[in-house]
Write a protein of this length. Sequence first.
Length: 294
Amino acid sequence: MAKARAIVKRLKAVRNIRKITRTMELIATARFKKAMDRASEAAAYTRKISEIVADLSRAELAFGHPLLTAHPEEKHSILLVITSNRGLCGAFNANLIREARRRIEELEHGGRGAVELHLVGKKGITYFKFAKRAAASQRIDIGDKPRPEHADQLVAPLVARFETGALDAVEVVFAQFRSAVSTPPTTLRILPVAPPRAGGGGQGRRAAVNYILKPSAEAILASLLPLYVRNQVYRALVETAAAEHGARRTAMKNATDNAGEMLDLLQRTYNRARQAQITQEIAEIVGGAEALKG
């Protein structure tokens, strides 16, 4: 009887856990839809501003803006690592941290000097604190609803330092949102700015656009490039947020399914234990009756 009672307690515990994981799956699904909409909007804006930057930075219009100028020797690089504040999303954060570690080792072993680390998200902060890796800045207030203002706060000081020559390169580690099931960790270089190809990524060169430029291409590009860099960081924030919710939805669905399978197994085990107990009681009753007859 003790075994049956233990199984009943486990059944109750697993049912409670399944309710929690099912609820978290539903919440993640609702948040994932909103985050995916933000990522889609950011992608549309990114495409358009990339087209304009590509056209204005053509050879006949390009000029020596500091954000377009690559430094001959990269001795001071910055790596901005974006992770989530919460867990229960499978290997999502572990993959981002692994990508950040790979890039840090690649930069430092390549003779480019020490890498300055900037962290967004509790999971990345906790890991690098455990690894005793100092971080120049930490942000945990952005969460899963980033705004353009957050991207501006992150990138504006870096742009100013790059323009003065205080640093040589800035890269971002984030989860690139390709689809609901494909969010690979990615490293994106945002400074110096590499003008996007006017052809739109191999789809064939777009027809030439005849702009009327006032006051000049240089002035417009000087205003547009910081905005382009900020948009790259904002894109990384919103895509990582969407990828986080997608990963959490998948993880909670798997947990709910596993809990259901465990319930089936425990229920069968309980039925067998109960059946054995009933059989034993019947055998004891029959044996007692036979003893009374004798």
